[in-house]
Every structure is written in structure tokens, then in C-alpha cells.
Design a protein. Structure first.
Length: 386
């Protein structure tokens, strides 16, 4: 009998529940659609049958009482939302899996409250199924040994350097992910948390994350004027989390468009910014200049870098910005899918509609842009003067 890969709804990234609570309070009736994209030149069509089994297994899961108690202890989830989670379950009929042009095609349709929790476990499952087929002899011991070698680069690092695990969605496997986080927790003083709620609970370490692109994408169809969508998304976030979870993602449109909307009020209220596309040094320099132009001391703010990082890249960025602005680094694939001779997989699930109308992500890197409606993309570029 097959054993499902995911055994807990808590095996997801913290920003998903953070956004879901905000949706629960502000947008409970919003409908969305999301689609799977494989950016790698690799067919995943052979995974379809097993993936459908895993989808139905996910739909059988519920948050346990112990898990709800843990979420309550974090301090930013409200009682009404936790009561909602107590009876929440995913709905398998919201997910359609087909094969299109010899590639896995996945679409998720339904309430945003439901759809938001499909992305992370689905991507983790796809990666694990693919890695099991392609690298059947690879194991967690190899991953940990390789990690030990990489950690030697931290022997002479300043104590203010720290990084977190952002690797749930594209991990080699659940076993590898767990082994990596366990080793880092026990042996690396520069390791300061994980985006994965299950692992944060298991190891008693911080659960890290705020919001994702979908928060800003959906607001493109939740505002009166398209040009106001980013400011509405930021305002709603502050309504939900006025004093916590104050890192804002900047590249749903691009950094310049974001900073045009990131006025004095937002710049003061938010604790910092997260980078996820484009040149990280140029992006960080723009952020510093922005804060300085508003007479805000950059050393009171934090920049979080999370785009395709390795430890080596993170160390270089830390050295560049040290003493000028606080930094932290979210390392994903290069932590949890870094094994000898293993080629990583670049896959995403992104919103494509909100309330039946198109939404888009442009970003600071052309290859990461997502939108199938060119006329809407033109309208978005016009609204933000791109």
C-alpha cells in the first residue's frame, strides 16, 4: 500500500498561513485560479498517476489539535482563524491534472481560502516523485555530508550573518529536508529558522515568512484602479499585521514600480523588503537610497534575499551590505536539493486569475514573468509606467 509523501498540513511554508488568515478576514469570497509551470527543460508527464494519488491523500488531512495549539503560540494567528483551521481540509476536486504537449499540466480553481494551501505541498510532492525516479540511489546522508563541506565557508564569518531555510517547495525529498534542517539546528549557529511550519515546530526554531507574489497579484483585481493595487495590498497587510510580519515583497511588478508606491508611511511601518528577482546588489542599493531619501536610517531596516541563493552568494552579499543595512538570507533549493550529481528542478505554481479576471507577475527578471493575456499585460505595464 502506498504511503503518502505529505502527512501533515503543517508541512508548508509559513507565508501561506499568514496570507490565508488575511484572506479569511478580508477576502473570504474571492475566487482564483492557479497554474503549474515547469521552467526546466524536462517532461514530468510520467508523474501524473502518482500525483493524483497524492492529491487525494492531501485532501484527507486535517490540522491536529496539537498543531493548532502550536500555531496559537506564534502570537499572530487570531482565534477565529484558528477555529476555521480546526475544520479545514483541502478539496481534491479543485485540482485538475492533465498532460499537455508531453508536460504535466495542473490547474487549481476555487476559493482563494482553499487554493492558497495547495501550492507548497504539490510542488514538494512533484519534486520528490521526480527525484525518486531520476536519482533512486541518492540519500539524505549524502546531502548532509555535502552540507558539512559547504558550512566550512562559515568558519570565519561575522556573527551578524544569518540565513534561513526556504527549501520546502523544491526539496529533493521530505527526508532530505528534515535531515538538513536538523543538522543546521544542531550544528550551525548562523542558522536562524525555517519557512516550514512543521520543521519549526519540530525543532523549536523560528518560522519565517510574510507574503508571496499572489498577495500582490490578486489585488490587481481587488482594487478600483490597477495602479492602486500595490498600495491596497500593502495597506491590507498592515491592517492584518500592524506590528508583525513586516517584510514586503518588491517584485510582483518590479522594484522601481514598487518603490514608487512604497511611500514614507509604508517605509516607516514595514520592517524591510524581500528580494526575489533581478540583480541583488543593484536592488539592495536602490533600497538603501530609497530609505535615505526619506530620512530613514537603513540600519533600522532589513533586506531579505531569497532568489536562487547559495551560501557563497549570501556571504558575498552580506559582505557588500554589512554596516549599511541589516541583511538575512533565505536559501532554498541549494540547501534542500543539493546532492552529488543531482540536477535541480525549477517549477512554480502561480495565480493566473482572480474573480475570473487575469492577474500577472512581471518581476525584475524577464524569465520569471507570468501572464497569458497580452492585452492585460499591456494594461499592467501602462498602469505602472513600464
Amino acid at each position: 500500500m502506498l504511503k503518502p509523501i505529505i502527512s501533515s498540513l503543517l508541512d508548508t511554508d509559513a507565508y501561506k498561513l499568514n496570507m490565508q488568515q488575511a484572506i479569511f478576514h478580508h477576502y473570504p469570497d474571492v475566487e482564483v485560479s492557479a497554474e503549474f509551470h515547469c521552467r526546466s527543460d524536462e517532461s514530468l508527464a510520467a508523474l501524473r498517476e502518482r500525483l493524483e494519488f497524492e492529491i487525494h491523500a492531501l485532501a484527507d488531512l486535517k490540522f491536529t489539535e496539537d498543531e493548532i495549539t502550536y500555531l496559537s503560540s506564534l502570537g499572530h494567528y487570531q482565534v477565529d482563524y484558528l477555529e476555521f483551521l480546526g475544520s479545514f481540509s483541502l478539496k481534491a476536486n479543485q485540482v485538475t491534472v492533465t498532460i499537455l504537449d508531453d508536460q504535466l499540466a495542473i490547474r487549481i480553481d476555487g476559493s482563494w481560502l482553499d487554493v492558497i494551501l495547495w501550492e507548497v505541498p504539490l510542488l514538494a510532492i512533484i519534486c520528490e516523485l521526480r527525484c525518486h525516479i531520476k536519482y533512486p540511489n541518492a540519500n539524505k546522508s549524502e546531502a548532509v555530508e555535502l552540507l558539512k563541506e559547504k558550512l566550512k565557508a562559515l568558519d570565519n564569518v561575522n556573527e551578524d550573518f544569518h540565513f534561513v531555510d526556504f527549501g520546502t517547495r523544491r526539496r529533493f525529498s521530505k527526508a532530505v529536508h528534515h535531515a538538513i534542517v536538523e543538522h543546521l539546528t544542531l550544528h550551525c549557529p548562523y542558522f536562524s529558522g525555517t519557512s516550514n511550519l512543521f520543521l519549526a515546530k519540530t525543532h523549536g526554531i523560528p518560522a519565517v515568512g510574510t507574503q508571496a507574489h499572489e498577495w500582490f497579484q490578486a489585488h490587481q483585481q481587488l482594487t478600483g484602479e490597477l495602479a492602486d493595487s500595490q498600495q491596497l495590498a500593502l495597506n491590507r497587510w498592515l491592517q492584518e499585521y500592524p506590528d508583525r510580519l513586516g517584510i514586503a515583497l518588491t517584485d510582483c511588478i518590479n522594484m522601481d514600480a514598487f518603490l514608487n508606491d512604497f511611500n514614507l508611511h509604508f517605509s516607516q511601518k514595514f520592517a524591510g523588503l524581500r528580494h526575489d528577482s533581478g540583480d541583488p546588489i543593484q536592488w539592495g542599493e536602490k533600497a538603501i537610497r530609497h530609505y535615505e531619501s526619506l530620512n530613514i536610517n537603513p540600519m533600522e531596516k532589513t533586506l531579505i534575499f531569497s532568489d536562487g541563493l547559495t551560501l557563497e552568494k549570501a556571504l558575498g552579499m552580506h559582505a557588500h551590505f554589512t554596516g549599511r543595512i541589516n541583511t538575512s538570507f533565505g536559501i532554498g533549493t541549494q540547501l534542500t536539493c543539493h546532492l552529488p550529481n543531482v540536477e535541480t528542478l525549477n517549477i512554480v505554481i502561480k495565480l493566473v486569475t482572480c474573480n475570473g479576471k487575469p492577474v500577472a507577475k512581471i518581476s525584475d527578471e524577464p524569465g520569471k514573468s507570468i501572464c497569458r493575456d497580452n492585452s492585460y499585460l499591456d494594461a499592467l505595464r501602462k498602469a505602472f509606467n513600464i
